[in-house]
Write a protein that binds this ligand. Structure first.
Ligand code: DHB
Length: 397
C-alpha cells in the first residue's frame, strides 16, 4: 500500500520525536516509524544531562513540562585530580546551567505529547530501505512485526534512526565518515543509594576515570573507565564499589544495590554526507560522540532545531535555501561538540600504555583549565551548550 505524508521520520528517539513535535507546531504533518516497541524506547538507559538550550526548547515548546519540575538544575561540576576537587561554577562563569533529567524521561514526555496531539507514531515498524533519495518524492519501505509491508512517499525523509539505521546508507552510501575509536569504554551502573555528592564529579585518578552522576534522591548513576571488551557481568558488586571508590579519593561513596550494569563504547564519528536530495540525517544517524560531557542527545536537539526552520521554509514557503545549506550549517556545532567530547575524554582518561610524561602533561592540562578563569569559562560554555541558532524562531512561534 502506498501512503503519503509530508515528512517521513525514521526513528522515534529524541531527534525524530522532537522533530515531529516542532513540525506539528507549523502545521506540517509527519509519520514517525521505529522498529522498537514503545516500552523498549522508554526504558533504555542513556545519559542524563541536558544543556540549557535543550531545556528551553523542550519546556518552551510544550514538549516536556516535567523537565523543569522533575529535572534538577545543576550550576556546576567538579573536576577531581591529584587528590583534590575543583569546582567549575557555570552560573558564575557563563550565567548558564544544565539539567539532570534522563533521556528516557525526555522520551516518555515526547511520546505522550505526540500521542496526545494525534501523531501518526508507529512502533514495531522497521524501515528496510529508503528509495529515490535524489527525487522530490523519496520513499520509505517498511515492514511491521507481522510482516506487513508499507511504502510511504514523502516530500522529505529524515533519518533519525541512529548509528545502525538504514538511512545513513541511503544518504552516504559506502562513503562513510570521519571516525575515531578509543582504547577504553565506560562501565555504567545504576544503584539504589542516596547521592554521594551535590554535583557531578568527573575524576581523573591514577587508576583511570570515574564519573559520579545522579538520577534521583534514591537512585544514582556512576561510571568508570574499563577495557572495551569488558563483560558487564564480570565484577561482583563488592568489586564494583571497590573500583569506583578507589577512583574518587576524598569522597566516601554511599553504596547500595546495583540493579543495572552496562558497558558503553567510545567512538567519534561524523558522516561525510548529511543530505542526499530530499533525504537528510540528524542525531546519531549523522554523528556519534563519546559520552564524556553528555553531548549526544543535545547535539541531536540542535540538529533538529536547525532542520525545523529549513523544513518550514522548504515546505511552507517553497524556499529550499536553508534546506540545501543544512549540512554545512549543522557542521559548525557538530565539530565543536566533537572537539569538546574528545577533549574531555582525552583530558580525563588514562590512556593504556601512557608514559609518565603523558600522565604529568595531563595533570598540567587539568591545572591549566581549573586555575584559569578563561579555562573554566571555556569548559562552562561548552558544557552548558553554545547558543542554538534557530532557537528564537522555534520559541517565538
Ligand atoms: C551522565 C552521562 C555523561 O556522559 C555525562 O558526561 C554526565 C552524566 C549521566 O548519565 O548521568
Amino acid at each position: 500500500m502506498l501512503e503519503r505524508t509530508r515528512v517521513a521520520i525514521i526513528g522515534a528517539g529524541p531527534a525524530g520525536l522532537l522533530l515531529s513535535h516542532l513540525l506539528h507546531r507549523h502545521g506540517i504533518e509527519s509519520v514517525v516509524l521505529d522498529s522498537r516497541t514503545r516500552e523498549q524506547i522508554e526504558t533504555t538507559i542513556r545519559a542524563g544531562i541536558l544543556e540549557q538550550g535543550t531545556v528551553e526548547v523542550l519546556a518552551g515548546t510544550g514538549a516536556s513540562d516535567r523537565v523543569l519540575t522533575v529535572g534538577q538544575k545543576h550550576e556546576g561540576i567538579e573536576l577531581r585530580f591529584g587528590g583534590e576537587g575543583h569546582r567549575v561554577d557555570f552560573a558564575d562563569m557563563v550565567g548558564r546551567a544544565v539539567w539532570l533529567y534522563p533521556q528516557h524521561e525526555v522520551l516518555k514526555d515526547l511520546i505522550a505529547t505526540r500521542l496526545a496531539a494525534g501523531q501518526d507514531l508507529r512502533f514495531g515498524v522497521t524501515a528496510e530501505r529508503v528509495e529515490d533519495a535524489g527525487t522530490t518524492r523519496p520513499r520509505v519501505l517498511a515492514r511491521d512485526a507481522d510482516g506487513n509491508v508499507s511504502e510511504i512517499e514523502a516530500d522529505v525523509v529524515v533519518g533519525a534512526d541512529g548509528s545502525r539505521g538504514v538511512t545513513r546508507e541511503a544518504v552516504a552510501g559506502t562513503r562513510g565518515g570521519y571516525f575515531r575509536e578509543y582504547p577504553f569504554a565506560w562501565f555504567g551502573i545504576l544503584c539504589e543509594a542516596p547521592p554521594s555528592a551535590d554535583e557531578l564529579i568527573y575524576s581523573n585518578s591514577p587508576d583511570g576515570f570515574a564519573l559520579i552522576s545522579q538520577r534521583s534522591p534514591t537512585v544514582q548513576r556512576m561510571y568508570f573507565q574499563c577495557a572495551p571488551d569488558t563483560d558487564p557481568g564480570a565484577y561482583s558488586e563488592d568489586r564494583l564499589w571497590e573500583i569506583l571508590q578507589a577512583r574518587v579519593p576524598g569522597t566516601t561513596l554511599r553504596e547500595g544495590r546495583v540493579f543495572q550494569r552496562d558497558v558503553l563504547r567510545f567512538r567519534s564519528f561524523v558522516t561525510h554526507e548529511m543530505r542526499r536530495g530530499r533525504v537528510v540525517l540528524v542525531g546519531d544517524a549523522a554523528h556519534t560522540v563519546p559520552p564524556t560531557g553528555a553531548k549526544g542527545m543535545n547535539l541531536a536537539v540542535a540538529d533538529v532545531v536547525l532542520l525545523t526552520e529549513a523544513l518550514r521554509a522548504l515546505l511552507l514557503d517553497k524556499d529550499g535555501r536553508l534546506f540545501d545549506a543544512f549540512p554545512e550549517t549543522a557542521q559548525d556545532r557538530i565539530w565543536k561538540a566533537q572537539h569538546f567530547s574528545w577533549w574531555m575524554t582525552s583530558m580525563l582518561h588514562l590512556q593504556p600504555g601512557a608514559a609518565a610524561f603523558d600522565r604529568r602533561r595531563q595533570l598540567g592540562e587539568l591545572r591549566t583549565v581549573v586555575e584559569s578563569g578563561a579555562g573554566r569559562a571555556y569548559l562552562a560554555e561548552a558544557y552548558t551548550g553554545w547558543p542554538l541558532p534557530g532557537r528564537e524562531a522555534i520559541l517565538g512561534y
